[in-house]
Unconditional design. Structure first.
Length: 262
């Protein structure tokens, strides 16, 4: 009796699994691997359905080389439809949007790699640009008194974060290396650089530090090597005129061999 019961349970389980697989296959279409990575892992997969003598794509998935999902979504009449989701290589969600009623996607959410949300469903999206594969390249959000613009690497990591007013740069502007460290920090006033400016190496150490006033360098500008040691400085007046040139240790000579003081 126990053996028959066990066989019966196994048979039912197999039937359920096959039913699920068949249903999944029917809803997603036939799987076709379009391209592979050099390590043999699938890169791009289409799901195809046939209608008489023609076939059409109903879904698409892209994978990272390590086998993790990069994005997934469905098609209707060769147009994106429904919810599309994009993922960072570590598996965290980068973006999701709904194309059901819009070719550009509505109800969009965007996250940083650390899961911090930077765009929510209720934010007013003013402008969106995409990479050729349909992933998000840049997005601008409209607030009451200013706009925030975000640009992204193809890896979905943040490239730039800028504040504008009336589409003119105003406020803090940040750029990033793909490893997540800040590349530069500067501020704008009515489209012109104003206040502190800092440029960093990709290891996080400071490369250049100074200040602007209405697009002119002012005060002391300091330069550093990647190991943090000094690499010269410059001095500027309040109107941007140079008072002291940077001594880089490089000497210049004329045709007669006499040193030129720059």
């Amino acid at each position: 009796m126990k053996t028959k019961t066990l066989k019966g349970l196994l048979s039912k389980t197999i039937v359920i699994i096959l039913t699920v697989l068949i249903t999944s296959s029917c809803s997603n279409g036939k799987k076709e691997v379009i391209s592979y990575y050099e390590n043999g892992n699938p890169k791009l997969i289409y799901y195809i359905k046939k209608d008489k003598d023609s076939k059409y794509k109903v879904a698409e998935k892209m994978y990272y080389e390590n086998g993790k999902l990069k994005y997934e979504g469905k098609f209707d009449n060769n147009e994106r439809t429904g919810k599309w989701i994009y993922y960072f290589e570590n598996g965290n969600k980068f973006s999701q949007c709904d194309y059901t009623n819009s070719k550009s996607g509505i109800d969009r959410e965007v996250y940083k790699v650390d899961k911090t949300k930077i765009v929510g469903k209720n934010d007013k999206v003013e402008e969106v640009t995409f990479y050729p594969d349909g992933s998000l390249a840049a997005i601008k959000i409209k607030y009451d008194k200013f706009e925030k613009e975000y640009k992204f690497f193809p890896s979905f990591r943040l490239l730039e974060e800028r504040t504008t007013k009336g589409n003119v740069l105003n406020g803090e502007s940040l750029s990033f290396y793909e490893n997540g460290k800040v590349n530069s920090t500067n501020y704008f006033k009515d489209g012109m650089q104003d206040s502190i400016y800092v440029l960093y190496y990709n290891n996080g150490s400071t490369q250049v530090k100074g200040s602007y006033k209405m697009d002119n360098k002012i005060g002391k500008w300091e330069y550093f090597k990647e190991d943090g040691t000094d690499d010269g400085e410059e001095l500027f007046s309040d109107d941007g005129s140079i008072i002291k040139s940077r001594n880089t240790g490089i000497m210049y000579f004329d045709k007669e061999g006499k040193q030129i003081n720059l």
